[in-house]
Design a protein around this ligand. Structure first.
Ligand code: ADP
Ligand code: MG
Length: 787
């Protein structure tokens, strides 16, 4: 076995000791009857109950499910799969190449960890994979007496909390990262225990771990609620922005990541909107909308960052070209895109709850992962998730031939050269997977193939529904498949008859991918399980990644020669330059992720406190133990500290917060005697509470009422806070060019916002407790109306 470094060596020695034990048990297990094998689960559970130690159960548990897999699925996990399973039980990431059988590998650690009775979850990047793997593995788990649930999104149907709870209560649950994240957020909006359905997070295995933990982690999950006041500026401003030209009205920074008006552009805007000084504070909304529209036109490209489908702007996952469901750009950017594309402008919703994937997975006691490509980003995975990446050798040696990149000066040269290769290989019948970095390029190749009369399938965001089907056929004789880098990750490409003799599947990359992992993923589509295969990438200096991430020198060279007659590929020096651009691109991705994570730090601290408090209330049993009068007193004391207090203000405070009906003469409200005043106000509050007691007959009713008042106060102010923080983040990001540290500034402001929220929360609780009205329904239950 190839051992990557000294630190890993110790792990590998330990893993091999375990593997030997498991192999040693194989013949014993094989001799057991089905019933004896099945009885193992109960035995293990009992032993775990005594020892609380899963590690000591590992060899037997693995050997048991290995034997069961042979009998139920007719697949016997190879040694390398057992190794992968051990790595994942240890809470690390197993790097196993495509087609090595990660689905079966995960079954071993999932079985072992589920024996503890705590939540055991497998997360995949999409619902197709979650359902497919759940269905295939279900008979195995059930043979061993464990239940399996598969949780995919609700779709059209509204799924009740009970149903969700039933799924999450199964021994093992298969789901997707998006569903898990949204479920977690929704669960924490539940108003009482009957609406809660999530288990405590214990053990999770993340399939395609790099896609989920790195690429998806670039954008946080956000649940949106009530619409914000809608602006009518989007279309107006869009009409203006299209009149501007690059380097005249606006300019872009070198990496084309930032855009702003030039002074000519500012003059233009002032004329267009008839304003004297655009940067006067009364025009901030206008300026904001101009910035959004400029970005929409320059930084977001149709068919690259998004597609327009059925009159809607749908964002694309940059990594795999899939449509990002349930995701919209925040802060008005989505609406600016809609204006640009002349589709209906959707309401800009307020954020109600949010979390990053990083912090979602950190909620688990133990996390593990598997992927064909993770080692290149191990440092980040250790840093952020404390997971090592251990490489597992393939069951059979890799036979695929990976050729070095062919780099051309211009896009047309590259297209021609790659098409030549396609024609040559296709003539022999060898199946070809043409991988592009964008929907746009996939459509171009489709046109070129059509012109050559080569029949082919196209797999991109427009037809992702047929993804699995298309990918399954990609290995057949003579088949040509054009795919954005999504290329059915997770779906195995099996070779058709006679194809191995022709050299297996040929993967032709048509541009340099944003990072090494994506490239390795694509190459890995060919040569599975020791099959023959071929891969090669075509690049031009006009590719986005080269333009964006290589220096001025390259640009100069390109400008000088771009109109030369078509030429041979460029030399090794240019291959290295392209390689470097890819490294810089991945670094930029990483810093983007770290920024997302550091912004979430403040939200995380606040979210944890709030969720904790909610759960305390929701799950509190018996007597209500919260000090209601203490809360009321705190608010009164805070109020009495208001500077320049007068009797009028006190009266207003009473009617706004304590009682609609208190009869109190202004003369009694002597602001020079705060202690006496405090007693009076407290008396009013107490009186109101006592009036409620008429309806709240039992201790349980009373506790329920108090709980509801507090929860409502928490939720109203917390949802407000989430939205405030989201807006604050967008504002801070827009100002990153300033000298100050944006994240530091954000945390400072977030801390202040938190204090304000706590005060609002207390005030709201007070109002809910004192100003609400209670009526008794016919069946004896209570109806509560909040002010
Ligand atoms: P990966 O996720 O690693 O790309 P999959 O889990 O999709 O791979 O498995 C690829 C194929 O290998 C599947 O068809 C699966 O049934 C098969 N397979 C996996 N493990 C074994 C095994 N131990 N014996 C026989 N076939 C296996
Ligand atoms: Mg897989």
């Amino acid at each position: 076995m190839k051992i990557s470094n000294l630190v890993d060596q110790k792990d590998y020695r330990q893993i091999h000791r375990q593997l030997n034990k498991i192999n040693h048990l194989a013949s014993t297990m094989a001799e057991l009857s089905d019933a004896q094998l099945q009885a193992k689960t109960a035995e293990f559970k009992e032993r775990y109950h005594q020892t609380h130690d899963l590690d000591s159960l590992l060899p037997e548990a693995f050997a048991t499910i290995r034997e069961a897999a042979k009998r139920v699925l007719k697949m016997y996990p190879y040694d390398v799969q057992v190794i992968g399973g051990i790595i994942m039980h240890m809470g690390n990431i197993a790097e196993m190449k495509t087609g090595e059988g990660k689905t079966l590998t995960a079954v071993m650690p999932l079985y072992l960890n589920a024996l503890s009775g705590e939540s055991t979850i497998l997360v995949t990047p999409n619902e197709y994979l979650a359902s497919r793997d759940a269905e295939e593995m279900k008979p195995l788990y059930e043979f061993l007496g464990l239940s399996l649930g598969c949780r995919v999104s609700d779709g059209e149907r509204r799924i009740e909390p009970e149903e969700k709870r039933a799924i999450y209560q199964k021994d093992i649950v298969y789901t997707t990262n998006a569903v898990l994240g949204f479920d977690y957020l929704i669960d924490n909006l539940a108003e009482n225990a009957t609406k809660k359905f999530m288990p405590d997070f214990n053990y999770v295995i993340i399939d395609e771990a790099d896609a989920i933990l790195l690429d998806s982690a670039q954008t946080p999950l956000i649940i949106s609620g009530a619409p914000r006041v809608q602006s009518n500026l989007y279309e107006l401003v869009d009409n203006f922005v299209v009149t501007l030209k690059e380097d005249e009205g606006y300019s872009l920074d070198e990496k084309r990541e930032g855009v702003w008006l030039t002074s000519a552009g500012i003059d233009e805007a002032e004329r267009y909107f008839s304003v004297e000084d655009l940067y006067d504070s009364k025009h901030t909304e206008l300026v904001k909308h101009i910035e959004l529209a400029l970005k929409a036109h320059t930084l977001f490209e149709n068919e690259k960052e998004y597609v327009v489908r059925a009159g809607k702007v749908c964002l694309l996952d940059r990594q795999d070209g899939r449509i990002l469901e349930m995701t919209k750009l925040q802060g008005g950017q989505h609406q600016a895109l809609e204006a640009k594309e002349h589709v209906e402008i959707t309401p800009n919703m307020r954020a109600m709850a949010s979390i990053t994937y990083q912090n979602l997975f950190k909620l688990f006691k133990k996390t593990a992962g598997m992927s064909g490509t993770a080692k290149t980003q191990e440092d980040e995975l250790i840093d952020v998730y404390q997971m090592k990446v251990l490489q597992v050798p393939t069951n059979n040696p890799v036979q695929r031939v990976d050729e070095p990149d062919e780099v051309y000066l211009t896009l047309p040269e590259k297209l021609r050269a790659s098409m030549e290769l396609v024609k040559k290989l296709h003539a022999t019948g060898q199946p070809i997977l043409l991988a592009t970095g964008s929907v746009e390029l996939s459509e171009i190749y489709s046109q070129l193939l059509l012109a050559e009369k080569i029949p082919h399938n196209v797999l991109n965001a427009y037809n992702d529904a047929k993804e699995a089907q298309i990918i399954k056929e990609a290995g057949q004789y003579g088949s040509v498949t054009v795919a954005t880098s999504m290329a059915g990750r997770g779906t195995d490409i099996k070779l058709g008859e006679g194809v191995a003799k022709l050299g297996g599947l040929a993967v032709i990359g048509t541009e340099k991918m944003l990072n090494k992992r994506m490239e390795l993923q694509l190459r890995g589509r060919a040569g599975r399980q020791g099959d023959p295969g071929f891969s090669k990438f075509f690049v031009s200096l006009e590719d986005e990644i080269v333009q964006k991430y290589s220096g001025k020198k390259i640009e100069k060279y390109w400008r000088k020669h771009k109109d030369d007659p078509p030429n041979r590929p460029l030399g090794a020096r240019y291959r290295r330059i392209v390689q470097n651009a890819q490294v810089v691109s991945e670094m930029s991705g990483e810093s983007q992720r770290r920024l997302v994570l550091s912004f979430d730090e403040s939200v995380k601290t606040q979210r944890e406190m709030i969720y904790q408090q909610r759960n305390d209330f929701i799950f509190q049993k018996g007597e209500f133990s919260y000090d209601i009068m203490g809360l009321i007193e705190k608010d009164i004391v805070a109020f009495l500290k208001t500077p320049d207090l007068d009797a009028q203000a006190v009266k207003r405070y009473i009617f706004d917060n304590l009682s609609y009906t208190a009869k109190i003469s202004s003369k009694k409200l002597d602001v020079t005697q705060p202690d006496k005043l405090k007693e009076i106000l407290l008396g009013i509050a107490q009186n109101e509470l006592r009036k409620k007691d008429k309806f709240l007959k039992t201790a349980v009713q009373k506790a329920d009422f108090y709980r509801l008042c507090l929860l409502k106060a928490i939720d109203t102010s917390w949802i407000e806070e989430v939205d405030t923080l989201e807006q604050l983040k967008n504002l801070t990001l827009a100002r990153t060019s300033a000298q100050r540290n944006p994240v530091f500034e954000y945390h400072f402001e977030a801390q202040k916002a938190y204090q304000v929220m706590r005060q609002n929360m207390r005030r709201l609780a007070l109002q809910n407790l004192l100003l609400s009205t209670i009526t008794v329904k016919k069946d004896g239950s209570l109806d509560i109306y909040f002010a």
